[in-house]
Design a protein around this ligand. Structure first.
Ligand SMILES: Cc1ncc(COP(=O)(O)O)c(C=O)c1O
Ligand SMILES: [Zn+2]
Length: 464
């Protein structure tokens, strides 16, 4: 008889089931909790209960993961699947669907560091994935499981990036995909991707939370494989950037990871990744993980500030549409990460997001608005004394700047924020905005006119 390579454990009641026994909504039938994928070497609930007998040889793996980078095999070239020893979730490796995701850059942001008063600042740019967001790392994992289990249809509800990733990976695998998105509330770049990759795109006249409700009902009535982040196999792919960060820092552990929070799965995936590296003995401590939400979509922040710690869904509204989520499915997983690893939850305003995004753009890096909440939130954590000057901080930039170019154009033309919002910006931040804004200049095709414009521009230009 075949020995199962992994099991699923309910994060609420601890019930353990085989991977194939899970229901179509990926929720525990006893307590409605979400699952984590566990392996023979995973600690039962804490490292004290670890089964050291099954522990993989960590230093051999560390060598192997590097070696695979020079291989020509697609699954070795993938920055997710080269770590496959730590997530044996697919029975037949021929079913793995990869677009060579992962292996994303870790950039330094010296000007942002200076602006916030830190010695240095790093950004793991998950927007440099094949469809332009971190969702690819999770989608390659969960869609491979769908292919392995012979599903023909896959579906997700999305604020845009999940649907883009799912559509692309489904197309590669020859599966049919259905996307549910809130009508008029996702960035055009993302909508265009799901059409380009051939998904059936359904715009529902509701918000993201409404889309989730409809899809959750549908998957119980039609044989569709659900690819929202309640699917725990997504998180197995999304944990791998933690491994890459450690490799990129030559196994020096950063002090602090800062992540945007929407449906709240990514923070726990990264936490799982770091905890597994600790479990294998590859690192001696685990970084803190802080989660930043937009003020208009802040249910976790409210939970965090509430002395009774009650989660109350909100009606979400923010221009950072990727995180416009009021009833996050994975909030308990995220809450556990903050409680277990330390770290904080912060909220940031629309003005703060716009400024942070422009500052990251001015580093020649750029990101989408939802990713910029990390830098905006970091400013608050530094101001509160929670992060100190010499700490090594990594921002997780989740999406590419081209995902929402309309936001960027509106910002630089001075058309993004309302007058009332602009009036609330401090004089210090107003000066930063003024120096960062670079609207296009329209001129007559005459070199004297252009020269004159350049001269006046140079007089005005101040380094930021
Ligand atoms: C660009 C971007 N950043 C952050 C998030 C939030 O991630 P999570 O839903 O895992 O909290 C999303 C997800 O929708 C996203 O698309
Ligand atoms: Zn349960």
């Amino acid at each position: 008889m075949k020995v199962a390579t992994h099991h699923l454990r309910c994060t609420e009641c601890g019930a353990v089931i085989t991977g194939s026994a899970v229901n179509s909504i990926f929720r525990c039938p006893d307590c409605n909790g979400l699952y984590d994928v566990i392996y023979p070497w995973s600690p039962a609930t804490g490292s004290s209960e670890a089964n050291n007998h099954n522990l993989p040889n960590a230093s051999a793996l560390r060598w192997l993961w590097q070696e695979r980078r020079t291989s020509t095999l697609p699954i070795d070239q993938s920055g997710v699947w080269r770590f496959r020893d730590l997530f044996p979730i697919v029975e037949d490796p021929a079913n793995i669907v990869t677009l060579r995701e992962g292996n994303t850059p870790l950039y330094d942001l010296p000007r942002c560091a200076k602006a916030v008063g830190l010695d240095s600042l790093l950004a793991k740019h998950q927007g440099m994935n094949p469809t332009g967001s971190f969702k690819d790392t999770g989608m390659t994992a969960a869609l491979s499981v769908a292919a392995d289990r012979k599903f023909e249809w896959v579906a997700c509800a999305s604020t845009g990036n999940t649907s883009a990733a799912m559509a692309a990976y489904a197309a590669r695998a020859g599966l049919r995909s259905i996307v549910f998105i809130p009508e008029g509330k996702i960035a055009w770049g993302k909508l265009s991707q799901s059409m380009d990759y051939g998904a059936l795109t359904i715009q529902l006249k509701t918000d993201f939370d409404g889309c989730v409700r409809i899809l959750t009902d549908l998957v119980t009535r039609f044989p569709i494989y659900l690819l929202n982040s309640v699917n725990p196999y997504r998180l197995e792919g999304q944990k791998t950037p933690a491994f890459e960060i450690l490799e990129q820092l030559e196994w020096q552990v950063p002090d602090h990871i800062v992540v945007p929070g929407g449906n709240l799965a990514n923070s726990s995936a990264l936490g799982k990744g770091f905890m597994e590296m600790h479990r294998l003995g590859l690192i001696s401590r685990i970084p803190k993980i802080s989660i930043i939400q937009a003020e208009g979509a802040n249910p976790l922040y409210r939970w965090y500030m509430d002395s009774n710690r009650i989660m109350r869904p909100v009606t979400a509204d923010t221009r950072a549409t990727a995180i416009r989520i009021g009833n996050p499915a994975s909030w308990r997983k995220a809450a556990n990460v903050i409680d277990k690893l330390g770290g904080w939850c912060e909220q940031v305003s629309e003005q703060e997001i716009a400024l942070a995004k422009a500052q990251i753009g001015a580093e020649g890096v750029g990101c989408e608005p939802a990713s910029a909440v990390t830098f905006a939130g970091l400013k608050k954590l530094v101001a509160l004394g929670k992060v100190t000057r010499e700490e090594r901080v990594v921002l997780i930039l989740t999406g590419h700047t081209l995902k929402d170019s309309q936001y960027t154009i509106d910002y630089h033309r001075g058309e993004l924020l309302t007058e009332a919002e602009n009036a609330q910006i401090s004089a210090e931040d107003q000066a930063l905005h003024a120096a960062l804004r670079k609207p296009p200049i329209v001129l007559e095709p005459d070199s004297d006119v252009v020269l004159h414009a350049l001269e006046s521009h140079m007089k005005l230009a101040q380094p930021v």
